[in-house]
Design a protein around this ligand. Structure first.
Ligand code: MTE
Ligand code: CO
Length: 422
Protein backbone atom coordinates (compact mmCIF):
# COMPACT_ATOMS: atom_id res chain seq x y z
CA UNK A 1 0.00 0.00 0.00
CA UNK A 2 2.84 2.32 0.84
CA UNK A 3 4.22 1.87 -2.67
CA UNK A 4 0.82 2.59 -4.20
CA UNK A 5 0.47 5.79 -2.25
CA UNK A 6 3.83 7.16 -3.29
CA UNK A 7 3.09 6.25 -6.88
CA UNK A 8 -0.23 8.09 -6.90
CA UNK A 9 1.03 11.32 -5.40
CA UNK A 10 4.08 11.37 -7.67
CA UNK A 11 1.86 10.89 -10.72
CA UNK A 12 -0.51 13.65 -9.66
CA UNK A 13 2.35 16.08 -9.30
CA UNK A 14 3.83 15.12 -12.64
CA UNK A 15 0.54 15.39 -14.45
CA UNK A 16 0.27 19.00 -13.24
CA UNK A 17 3.65 20.03 -14.56
CA UNK A 18 3.26 18.11 -17.82
CA UNK A 19 -0.02 19.87 -18.49
CA UNK A 20 1.59 23.27 -17.97
CA UNK A 21 4.40 22.39 -20.38
CA UNK A 22 1.94 21.08 -22.96
CA UNK A 23 -0.07 24.29 -22.74
CA UNK A 24 2.99 26.35 -23.61
CA UNK A 25 3.87 24.17 -26.60
CA UNK A 26 0.39 24.18 -28.07
CA UNK A 27 0.05 27.92 -27.55
CA UNK A 28 3.28 28.53 -29.44
CA UNK A 29 2.15 26.58 -32.50
CA UNK A 30 -1.50 27.53 -32.52
CA UNK A 31 -2.06 27.23 -36.28
CA UNK A 32 -0.36 23.86 -36.73
CA UNK A 33 -2.15 20.53 -36.30
CA UNK A 34 -2.15 19.62 -32.59
CA UNK A 35 0.98 17.56 -32.01
CA UNK A 36 0.41 14.22 -30.32
CA UNK A 37 1.81 14.74 -26.81
CA UNK A 38 2.30 10.98 -26.49
CA UNK A 39 4.93 11.28 -29.23
CA UNK A 40 6.33 14.76 -28.75
CA UNK A 41 6.69 14.88 -24.98
CA UNK A 42 8.73 12.92 -22.50
CA UNK A 43 6.23 10.92 -20.44
CA UNK A 44 6.14 10.20 -16.71
CA UNK A 45 6.94 6.58 -17.33
CA UNK A 46 10.18 7.47 -19.07
CA UNK A 47 11.21 10.18 -16.60
CA UNK A 48 10.98 8.27 -13.35
CA UNK A 49 11.74 4.77 -12.24
CA UNK A 50 8.99 2.20 -11.84
CA UNK A 51 8.04 -0.33 -9.19
CA UNK A 52 10.77 -2.34 -7.49
CA UNK A 53 10.87 -6.12 -7.63
CA UNK A 54 10.32 -6.27 -3.87
CA UNK A 55 6.91 -4.56 -4.01
CA UNK A 56 4.57 -7.12 -5.65
CA UNK A 57 5.20 -10.69 -4.45
CA UNK A 58 2.21 -12.03 -6.43
CA UNK A 59 0.92 -9.91 -9.29
CA UNK A 60 -2.64 -8.95 -10.14
CA UNK A 61 -3.75 -7.60 -13.55
CA UNK A 62 -2.93 -3.91 -14.02
CA UNK A 63 -5.78 -1.68 -12.73
CA UNK A 64 -6.71 -0.58 -16.27
CA UNK A 65 -8.06 -4.13 -16.70
CA UNK A 66 -10.23 -3.97 -13.59
CA UNK A 67 -13.40 -4.74 -15.56
CA UNK A 68 -12.10 -8.11 -16.74
CA UNK A 69 -13.66 -9.99 -13.84
CA UNK A 70 -16.16 -12.71 -13.04
CA UNK A 71 -19.69 -11.46 -12.70
CA UNK A 72 -22.81 -13.07 -11.28
CA UNK A 73 -26.49 -12.41 -11.96
CA UNK A 74 -28.22 -11.79 -8.64
CA UNK A 75 -31.72 -12.90 -9.64
CA UNK A 76 -30.54 -16.25 -11.02
CA UNK A 77 -30.20 -18.00 -7.66
CA UNK A 78 -31.65 -17.51 -4.19
CA UNK A 79 -28.24 -17.12 -2.55
CA UNK A 80 -24.65 -16.53 -3.72
CA UNK A 81 -23.57 -19.59 -1.67
CA UNK A 82 -25.29 -22.02 -4.02
CA UNK A 83 -24.72 -20.12 -7.21
CA UNK A 84 -22.60 -19.40 -10.25
CA UNK A 85 -20.48 -16.62 -11.65
CA UNK A 86 -19.28 -16.22 -15.21
CA UNK A 87 -15.91 -16.05 -16.99
CA UNK A 88 -15.37 -12.70 -18.81
CA UNK A 89 -14.85 -14.48 -22.15
CA UNK A 90 -15.69 -11.27 -24.06
CA UNK A 91 -12.39 -9.80 -22.87
CA UNK A 92 -10.04 -12.79 -23.03
CA UNK A 93 -8.10 -14.07 -26.05
CA UNK A 94 -6.21 -17.25 -26.81
CA UNK A 95 -7.60 -20.29 -25.03
CA UNK A 96 -6.24 -20.57 -21.47
CA UNK A 97 -8.47 -19.18 -18.72
CA UNK A 98 -6.58 -17.59 -15.83
CA UNK A 99 -7.81 -19.21 -12.61
CA UNK A 100 -8.54 -15.81 -11.07
CA UNK A 101 -11.38 -15.05 -13.50
CA UNK A 102 -12.53 -18.61 -14.31
CA UNK A 103 -16.22 -19.15 -13.50
CA UNK A 104 -17.14 -20.76 -10.18
CA UNK A 105 -20.05 -23.02 -9.46
CA UNK A 106 -20.67 -24.33 -5.99
CA UNK A 107 -23.70 -25.88 -4.36
CA UNK A 108 -22.72 -25.03 -0.78
CA UNK A 109 -19.98 -22.41 -1.09
CA UNK A 110 -16.23 -22.78 -1.67
CA UNK A 111 -14.50 -24.44 1.28
CA UNK A 112 -11.02 -24.06 2.72
CA UNK A 113 -9.28 -27.44 2.99
CA UNK A 114 -5.53 -27.59 3.69
CA UNK A 115 -3.12 -30.16 2.28
CA UNK A 116 -2.37 -31.62 5.76
CA UNK A 117 -6.13 -32.05 6.37
CA UNK A 118 -6.74 -33.58 2.95
CA UNK A 119 -7.67 -37.29 2.61
CA UNK A 120 -8.86 -39.26 -0.42
CA UNK A 121 -10.55 -42.63 0.18
CA UNK A 122 -11.01 -45.36 -2.42
CA UNK A 123 -13.42 -48.07 -1.30
CA UNK A 124 -16.19 -50.36 -2.54
CA UNK A 125 -15.38 -53.16 -4.99
CA UNK A 126 -11.62 -53.04 -4.36
CA UNK A 127 -9.11 -55.53 -2.94
CA UNK A 128 -7.53 -52.93 -0.62
CA UNK A 129 -9.61 -49.94 0.49
CA UNK A 130 -7.09 -47.08 0.71
CA UNK A 131 -6.87 -43.59 2.14
CA UNK A 132 -4.35 -41.29 0.47
CA UNK A 133 -2.84 -38.15 1.96
CA UNK A 134 -1.85 -35.28 -0.30
CA UNK A 135 1.81 -36.34 0.01
CA UNK A 136 0.86 -39.86 -1.09
CA UNK A 137 -0.72 -38.48 -4.26
CA UNK A 138 2.43 -36.58 -5.17
CA UNK A 139 4.30 -39.88 -5.47
CA UNK A 140 2.19 -41.17 -8.38
CA UNK A 141 3.14 -40.48 -12.02
CA UNK A 142 1.38 -37.36 -13.26
CA UNK A 143 0.41 -35.92 -16.66
CA UNK A 144 -0.42 -32.49 -18.12
CA UNK A 145 -3.48 -31.87 -20.28
CA UNK A 146 -5.50 -28.84 -21.33
CA UNK A 147 -9.26 -29.38 -21.05
CA UNK A 148 -12.39 -27.23 -21.06
CA UNK A 149 -14.85 -27.49 -18.17
CA UNK A 150 -18.37 -26.39 -19.12
CA UNK A 151 -21.26 -26.37 -16.68
CA UNK A 152 -24.24 -28.26 -18.14
CA UNK A 153 -26.29 -25.12 -17.41
CA UNK A 154 -24.15 -22.91 -19.68
CA UNK A 155 -26.51 -21.06 -22.08
CA UNK A 156 -29.36 -22.59 -20.04
CA UNK A 157 -31.27 -19.30 -19.71
CA UNK A 158 -31.58 -18.98 -23.50
CA UNK A 159 -33.94 -21.87 -24.29
CA UNK A 160 -37.14 -19.84 -24.36
CA UNK A 161 -35.68 -16.77 -26.09
CA UNK A 162 -32.74 -14.35 -26.07
CA UNK A 163 -32.27 -13.55 -22.39
CA UNK A 164 -28.95 -12.21 -21.19
CA UNK A 165 -27.19 -9.44 -23.06
CA UNK A 166 -23.55 -10.47 -22.89
CA UNK A 167 -21.48 -13.47 -23.94
CA UNK A 168 -20.06 -13.56 -20.41
CA UNK A 169 -23.57 -14.46 -19.18
CA UNK A 170 -24.80 -16.55 -22.10
CA UNK A 171 -21.62 -18.63 -22.52
CA UNK A 172 -19.31 -17.82 -19.58
CA UNK A 173 -19.88 -21.00 -17.53
CA UNK A 174 -16.76 -22.38 -19.16
CA UNK A 175 -13.05 -22.38 -18.47
CA UNK A 176 -10.04 -24.03 -20.05
CA UNK A 177 -6.93 -24.84 -18.05
CA UNK A 178 -3.82 -26.96 -18.19
CA UNK A 179 -4.20 -29.56 -15.44
CA UNK A 180 -1.51 -31.53 -13.73
CA UNK A 181 -2.92 -34.72 -12.31
CA UNK A 182 -2.74 -38.46 -11.83
CA UNK A 183 -4.72 -40.69 -14.21
CA UNK A 184 -7.55 -42.06 -12.06
CA UNK A 185 -6.84 -45.54 -13.43
CA UNK A 186 -3.51 -45.59 -11.56
CA UNK A 187 -5.18 -44.94 -8.20
CA UNK A 188 -7.87 -47.53 -8.94
CA UNK A 189 -5.16 -50.06 -9.78
CA UNK A 190 -3.33 -49.25 -6.54
CA UNK A 191 -6.49 -50.15 -4.59
CA UNK A 192 -6.95 -53.32 -6.64
CA UNK A 193 -10.28 -52.12 -7.99
CA UNK A 194 -12.44 -54.41 -10.07
CA UNK A 195 -12.46 -52.87 -13.51
CA UNK A 196 -15.28 -54.55 -15.45
CA UNK A 197 -16.77 -52.12 -17.92
CA UNK A 198 -20.25 -52.51 -16.40
CA UNK A 199 -19.07 -51.15 -13.03
CA UNK A 200 -19.22 -47.54 -11.88
CA UNK A 201 -17.25 -45.19 -9.67
CA UNK A 202 -19.13 -42.86 -7.36
CA UNK A 203 -17.15 -39.68 -6.68
CA UNK A 204 -17.90 -37.13 -3.99
CA UNK A 205 -16.49 -33.90 -2.59
CA UNK A 206 -15.67 -32.82 0.97
CA UNK A 207 -18.01 -29.79 0.92
CA UNK A 208 -21.44 -29.86 2.57
CA UNK A 209 -23.19 -30.53 -0.77
CA UNK A 210 -20.73 -33.38 -1.56
CA UNK A 211 -21.91 -33.12 -5.19
CA UNK A 212 -21.79 -36.92 -5.64
CA UNK A 213 -21.83 -38.33 -9.16
CA UNK A 214 -21.65 -41.79 -10.74
CA UNK A 215 -19.18 -42.26 -13.59
CA UNK A 216 -19.06 -45.40 -15.76
CA UNK A 217 -15.87 -47.42 -15.25
CA UNK A 218 -14.90 -47.11 -18.95
CA UNK A 219 -14.62 -43.32 -18.57
CA UNK A 220 -12.86 -43.60 -15.20
CA UNK A 221 -10.20 -45.81 -16.81
CA UNK A 222 -9.90 -43.61 -19.91
CA UNK A 223 -8.86 -39.96 -19.42
CA UNK A 224 -10.13 -38.89 -15.98
CA UNK A 225 -7.50 -37.11 -13.86
CA UNK A 226 -7.16 -36.57 -10.14
CA UNK A 227 -5.71 -33.06 -10.49
CA UNK A 228 -3.89 -30.80 -8.08
CA UNK A 229 -2.44 -28.06 -10.30
CA UNK A 230 -4.06 -25.79 -12.88
CA UNK A 231 -2.11 -23.56 -15.26
CA UNK A 232 1.07 -24.54 -13.42
CA UNK A 233 0.06 -23.50 -9.91
CA UNK A 234 -2.00 -25.01 -7.12
CA UNK A 235 -5.74 -25.11 -7.75
CA UNK A 236 -7.40 -22.02 -6.36
CA UNK A 237 -9.66 -22.57 -3.36
CA UNK A 238 -12.75 -21.99 -5.48
CA UNK A 239 -11.72 -24.60 -8.05
CA UNK A 240 -11.32 -27.36 -5.47
CA UNK A 241 -7.98 -26.91 -3.67
CA UNK A 242 -6.13 -29.09 -3.02
CA UNK A 243 -7.53 -31.82 -5.35
CA UNK A 244 -10.33 -31.99 -7.91
CA UNK A 245 -11.52 -34.47 -10.49
CA UNK A 246 -11.08 -33.61 -14.18
CA UNK A 247 -13.55 -35.46 -16.44
CA UNK A 248 -12.55 -34.37 -19.97
CA UNK A 249 -15.39 -33.44 -22.33
CA UNK A 250 -18.10 -34.30 -19.77
CA UNK A 251 -20.44 -31.90 -18.01
CA UNK A 252 -18.84 -29.70 -15.35
CA UNK A 253 -20.99 -31.13 -12.56
CA UNK A 254 -18.97 -34.37 -12.69
CA UNK A 255 -15.69 -32.48 -12.09
CA UNK A 256 -15.94 -33.00 -8.32
CA UNK A 257 -14.00 -30.41 -6.32
CA UNK A 258 -12.35 -31.05 -2.94
CA UNK A 259 -12.46 -34.73 -3.98
CA UNK A 260 -12.69 -36.92 -0.86
CA UNK A 261 -14.00 -40.35 -1.88
CA UNK A 262 -14.16 -42.69 -4.85
CA UNK A 263 -16.32 -45.79 -4.42
CA UNK A 264 -16.32 -48.61 -6.95
CA UNK A 265 -19.95 -49.78 -7.28
CA UNK A 266 -21.93 -52.23 -9.39
CA UNK A 267 -24.67 -49.69 -10.15
CA UNK A 268 -25.08 -45.95 -10.51
CA UNK A 269 -25.99 -44.34 -7.19
CA UNK A 270 -28.71 -42.15 -8.76
CA UNK A 271 -27.83 -39.24 -6.50
CA UNK A 272 -29.65 -35.90 -6.46
CA UNK A 273 -27.15 -34.43 -8.92
CA UNK A 274 -27.93 -37.11 -11.52
CA UNK A 275 -31.71 -37.42 -11.11
CA UNK A 276 -33.53 -34.28 -10.03
CA UNK A 277 -30.70 -32.14 -11.45
CA UNK A 278 -28.56 -32.38 -14.59
CA UNK A 279 -31.22 -34.33 -16.48
CA UNK A 280 -32.83 -32.94 -19.64
CA UNK A 281 -36.55 -32.24 -19.98
CA UNK A 282 -37.55 -33.21 -23.52
CA UNK A 283 -40.22 -31.81 -25.83
CA UNK A 284 -42.73 -34.50 -24.68
CA UNK A 285 -42.19 -33.67 -21.00
CA UNK A 286 -40.17 -36.77 -20.10
CA UNK A 287 -36.69 -36.37 -18.63
CA UNK A 288 -33.54 -37.83 -20.18
CA UNK A 289 -30.72 -38.83 -17.84
CA UNK A 290 -27.03 -39.49 -18.45
CA UNK A 291 -26.26 -36.71 -20.91
CA UNK A 292 -22.61 -36.63 -19.97
CA UNK A 293 -20.73 -35.46 -23.05
CA UNK A 294 -20.85 -31.77 -23.92
CA UNK A 295 -21.62 -31.58 -27.65
CA UNK A 296 -19.72 -29.28 -30.03
CA UNK A 297 -20.46 -25.60 -29.53
CA UNK A 298 -19.02 -22.24 -30.49
CA UNK A 299 -19.68 -18.58 -29.87
CA UNK A 300 -18.36 -15.26 -31.13
CA UNK A 301 -16.79 -13.44 -28.18
CA UNK A 302 -16.01 -10.23 -30.11
CA UNK A 303 -17.87 -8.33 -31.42
CA UNK A 304 -20.55 -9.10 -28.83
CA UNK A 305 -22.75 -7.01 -26.52
CA UNK A 306 -19.92 -6.42 -24.03
CA UNK A 307 -17.34 -5.98 -26.79
CA UNK A 308 -18.85 -3.66 -29.44
CA UNK A 309 -17.04 -2.45 -32.57
CA UNK A 310 -15.58 0.93 -31.65
CA UNK A 311 -13.50 1.68 -34.75
CA UNK A 312 -16.01 2.09 -37.57
CA UNK A 313 -15.98 0.40 -40.98
CA UNK A 314 -12.84 -1.24 -42.36
CA UNK A 315 -10.68 -4.10 -41.12
CA UNK A 316 -12.41 -6.09 -38.38
CA UNK A 317 -11.28 -9.15 -36.43
CA UNK A 318 -14.21 -11.39 -35.55
CA UNK A 319 -13.10 -13.79 -32.83
CA UNK A 320 -14.55 -16.56 -30.74
CA UNK A 321 -14.25 -19.94 -29.05
CA UNK A 322 -15.23 -23.45 -30.10
CA UNK A 323 -15.11 -26.76 -28.23
CA UNK A 324 -16.36 -30.32 -28.30
CA UNK A 325 -16.58 -32.97 -25.59
CA UNK A 326 -16.18 -35.59 -28.33
CA UNK A 327 -12.68 -34.54 -29.38
CA UNK A 328 -11.08 -31.92 -31.62
CA UNK A 329 -12.71 -28.97 -33.34
CA UNK A 330 -11.95 -29.30 -37.05
CA UNK A 331 -13.71 -26.26 -38.50
CA UNK A 332 -15.64 -23.16 -37.50
CA UNK A 333 -17.78 -21.15 -39.93
CA UNK A 334 -18.91 -17.58 -39.36
CA UNK A 335 -22.00 -15.95 -40.85
CA UNK A 336 -22.68 -12.21 -41.03
CA UNK A 337 -26.23 -12.60 -42.34
CA UNK A 338 -27.89 -14.85 -39.79
CA UNK A 339 -26.87 -18.16 -41.35
CA UNK A 340 -27.66 -17.50 -45.02
CA UNK A 341 -24.00 -17.47 -46.12
CA UNK A 342 -20.95 -18.77 -44.26
CA UNK A 343 -17.19 -18.13 -44.34
CA UNK A 344 -14.70 -20.54 -42.82
CA UNK A 345 -12.76 -19.01 -39.93
CA UNK A 346 -9.04 -19.42 -39.21
CA UNK A 347 -8.18 -21.49 -36.14
CA UNK A 348 -5.68 -19.78 -33.81
CA UNK A 349 -3.95 -23.14 -33.66
CA UNK A 350 -5.02 -26.67 -34.46
CA UNK A 351 -7.73 -27.82 -32.10
CA UNK A 352 -6.73 -29.87 -29.03
CA UNK A 353 -8.97 -32.70 -27.93
CA UNK A 354 -11.69 -31.63 -25.45
CA UNK A 355 -10.14 -28.17 -25.12
CA UNK A 356 -11.12 -24.68 -26.22
CA UNK A 357 -10.10 -23.70 -29.75
CA UNK A 358 -9.79 -20.01 -30.67
CA UNK A 359 -11.01 -18.91 -34.11
CA UNK A 360 -10.64 -15.67 -36.06
CA UNK A 361 -12.31 -14.28 -39.15
CA UNK A 362 -10.14 -11.42 -40.41
CA UNK A 363 -12.64 -9.45 -42.41
CA UNK A 364 -13.62 -6.06 -43.77
CA UNK A 365 -16.74 -4.49 -42.26
CA UNK A 366 -18.69 -2.30 -44.67
CA UNK A 367 -20.45 -0.56 -41.77
CA UNK A 368 -23.84 -2.14 -42.35
CA UNK A 369 -25.70 -4.18 -39.75
CA UNK A 370 -24.82 -7.85 -39.28
CA UNK A 371 -26.42 -10.93 -37.77
CA UNK A 372 -23.29 -12.68 -36.54
CA UNK A 373 -23.21 -16.42 -35.93
CA UNK A 374 -20.57 -19.10 -35.50
CA UNK A 375 -21.02 -22.82 -36.21
CA UNK A 376 -18.57 -25.46 -34.97
CA UNK A 377 -17.72 -28.84 -36.42
CA UNK A 378 -15.80 -31.58 -34.61
CA UNK A 379 -13.76 -34.58 -35.65
CA UNK A 380 -16.79 -36.89 -35.47
CA UNK A 381 -18.43 -34.86 -38.28
CA UNK A 382 -21.01 -33.39 -35.88
CA UNK A 383 -22.25 -29.90 -36.77
CA UNK A 384 -23.47 -27.47 -34.10
CA UNK A 385 -27.28 -27.19 -34.41
CA UNK A 386 -29.49 -24.13 -34.76
CA UNK A 387 -31.79 -23.18 -31.89
CA UNK A 388 -34.77 -24.39 -33.93
CA UNK A 389 -33.22 -27.81 -34.47
CA UNK A 390 -32.49 -28.20 -30.76
CA UNK A 391 -35.98 -27.07 -29.76
CA UNK A 392 -37.58 -29.73 -31.96
CA UNK A 393 -36.07 -32.33 -29.62
CA UNK A 394 -35.91 -30.47 -26.39
CA UNK A 395 -38.75 -27.92 -26.41
CA UNK A 396 -38.33 -24.70 -24.44
CA UNK A 397 -38.49 -25.94 -20.86
CA UNK A 398 -35.01 -27.37 -20.79
CA UNK A 399 -32.16 -25.94 -18.74
CA UNK A 400 -29.07 -28.01 -19.46
CA UNK A 401 -27.01 -28.88 -22.55
CA UNK A 402 -27.93 -25.97 -24.80
CA UNK A 403 -25.27 -25.95 -27.53
CA UNK A 404 -27.24 -24.05 -30.17
CA UNK A 405 -25.88 -21.45 -32.59
CA UNK A 406 -25.90 -17.98 -30.98
CA UNK A 407 -26.83 -14.79 -32.89
CA UNK A 408 -25.54 -11.27 -32.19
CA UNK A 409 -27.20 -8.37 -34.00
CA UNK A 410 -24.57 -5.71 -34.71
CA UNK A 411 -26.02 -2.33 -35.69
CA UNK A 412 -24.41 0.35 -37.87
CA UNK A 413 -22.80 2.02 -34.86
CA UNK A 414 -21.06 -1.25 -33.95
CA UNK A 415 -23.19 -2.04 -30.88
CA UNK A 416 -24.18 -5.68 -30.49
CA UNK A 417 -27.25 -7.31 -28.98
CA UNK A 418 -28.35 -10.85 -28.10
CA UNK A 419 -31.15 -11.76 -30.53
CA UNK A 420 -32.89 -14.79 -31.93
CA UNK A 421 -33.84 -15.24 -35.56
CA UNK A 422 -36.75 -17.36 -36.62
N1 MTE B 1 -17.79 -30.22 -6.66
C1 MTE B 1 -18.20 -30.01 -5.39
N2 MTE B 1 -17.58 -30.71 -4.41
N3 MTE B 1 -19.19 -29.14 -5.09
C2 MTE B 1 -19.84 -28.43 -6.09
O1 MTE B 1 -20.74 -27.66 -5.77
N4 MTE B 1 -20.05 -28.03 -8.52
C3 MTE B 1 -19.93 -28.71 -9.81
C4 MTE B 1 -18.49 -29.16 -10.08
N5 MTE B 1 -17.92 -29.79 -8.93
C5 MTE B 1 -19.44 -28.65 -7.43
C6 MTE B 1 -18.38 -29.56 -7.67
C7 MTE B 1 -20.39 -27.95 -10.96
S1 MTE B 1 -22.07 -27.89 -11.25
C8 MTE B 1 -19.52 -27.42 -11.89
S2 MTE B 1 -20.08 -26.72 -13.31
C9 MTE B 1 -18.05 -27.44 -11.66
O2 MTE B 1 -17.72 -28.04 -10.41
C10 MTE B 1 -17.52 -26.01 -11.69
O3 MTE B 1 -16.15 -25.97 -11.43
P1 MTE B 1 -15.46 -24.56 -11.09
O4 MTE B 1 -16.16 -23.98 -9.87
O5 MTE B 1 -14.03 -24.83 -10.90
O6 MTE B 1 -15.71 -23.67 -12.28
CO1 CO C 1 -22.23 -27.02 -13.27
Amino acid sequence: MDGMFRETSRRAFLRGSAAAAAGATVGGAAAAATPDPLITEVQDWASFTGTGVDEVPYGMPIHFEKDVIRRNVEWLTASPISSINFTPIHALDGTITPQGCAFERHHSGAIELSKPDYRLMINGLVERPLVFTYDDLERFPRENHVYFCECAANTGMEWAGAQLNGVQYTHGMIHNMEYTGIPLRLLLAEAGAQMDENLWVYVEGADASSNGRSIPMAKALDDVLVAFKANGEALRLEHGYPVRLVVPGWEGNMWVKWLRRIEVTDAAVESREETSKYTDVLEDGTARKWTWVMDAKSVITSPSPQSPITHGAGPLVISGLAWSGHGKITRVDVSKDGGVTWETARLGKQGDTKALTRFYLDTNWDGSEMLLQARAMDETGYIQPTKEQLRELRGENSVYHNNCIQTWWVDESGKAENVEIS
